[in-house]
Design a protein. Structure first.
Ligand code: PMP
Length: 295
């Protein structure tokens, strides 16, 4: 296979040649936004939702993306095609651009649009069969009044701090609470619990990223007649859940069988988690790609 090509500001570069300035505020201050997207069978899953979320994130930090949503969708699809990938993970990054040292975004000139496509690196396959163990991180999720978790910004240190706690505890994911001590989400995934057949997940008011996988799983659960509640959850709801699972573009739907050393339910992936996982699989493999909006 030829070497990977990376899209940077309108052109494709060899991986080793794909670069941005060290004066880019994306590097200096984490000033920028990003998206994580997947393609299945050559079709980008929920392309328009991801592009919309990227533009919303950018708008929220007062960053003008130097192309239209249609142009962005086209850049994503073209980069995927240039790399000959059909099943892939796609990372889109928009930086504030390079400028002088100093926070003021007005001192920057050239926001960089980057599209990286890669083979998918996932949790080990056996975890989908046996379930994940997580811990609650001491690091709380960003307060929405500080940096709203709805913004998928390049400032992921909050989640990285929690991820370090997880790995130090021998886990792959950590549960993050909000400033009220309620369950928010995990470092890179949304969380769901199932109790007596009812599926619950924190709502946006709990301070979460509005995950696109979360949205798809809510639709799937409702379509099969399950009640889904978006409501505040606390750790009691997790510890006493019959089932628990996480959703995310990279992880898809992954069961959680232990939290803070406590077995959840009977300590094995439950039937609703397994069913929603397989329905999600079917969905991503059958849903047509969104038409590309006008450029
Ligand atoms: N929460 C956080 C903090 C994330 O980084 C992600 C991954 N983008 C998610 C939730 C899941 O979102 P999605 O399903 O859109 O990938």
């Amino acid at each position: 296979m030829s070497s990977p090509k990376v899209y940077v500001a309108g052109k494709l570069y060899e991986k080793s040649e794909a670069k941005v300035s060290v004066f880019d505020h994306g590097l200096l201050y984490g000033d920028g936004v990003f998206e994580g997207i997947r393609a299945y069978n050559g079709r980008v899953f929920r392309l328009v939702r991801h592009v919309d979320r990227l533009f919303d994130s950018a708008r929220a930090i007062h960053l003008k993306i130097p192309m239209s949503p249609g142009g962005m969708a086209r850049a994503i699809v073209d980069t995927l095609a240039a790399n000959g990938l059909v099943d892939a993970y796609i990372r889109v990054v928009v930086t504030r651009g390079s400028g002088s040292l100093g926070l003021d975004p007005r001192k920057t000139t050239d926001p960089q649009v980057i599209v990286i496509t890669d083979a998918i690196a996932l949790y080990p396959a056996e975890l989908y069969d046996h379930g994940l163990k997580i811990i609650t991180a001491g690091t709380m999720r960003n307060h929405p009044a500080a940096l709203n978790p709805r913004v998928k910004s390049l400032n992921y240190l909050n989640n990285i701090m929690a991820k370090i706690e997880a790995t130090n505890a021998g886990c792959l994911e950590a549960l993050m609470l909000n400033a009220r001590g309620e369950v928010a989400e995990c470092t890179g995934d949304n969380i769901f619990v199932v109790k007596r057949g009812v599926v619950s997940t924190p709502s946006v008011e709990s301070g979460i990223l509005e995950g696109i996988t979360r949205e798809a799983v809510i639709e799937l659960a409702r379509a099969r007649g399950l009640e889904v509640r978006e409501r505040p959850l606390d750790r009691h709801d997790v510890y006493t859940a019959d089932e628990c699972f996480l959703t995310g573009t990279a992880a898809e739907v992954i069961p959680v069988v232990m939290c803070d050393g406590r077995a959840l339910g009977d300590g094995a992936p439950g039937p609703i988690s397994r069913d929603l996982r397989s329905r999600f699989h079917e969905l991503v493999r059958s849903e047509p790609q969104d038409p590309i909006p006008p450029v």
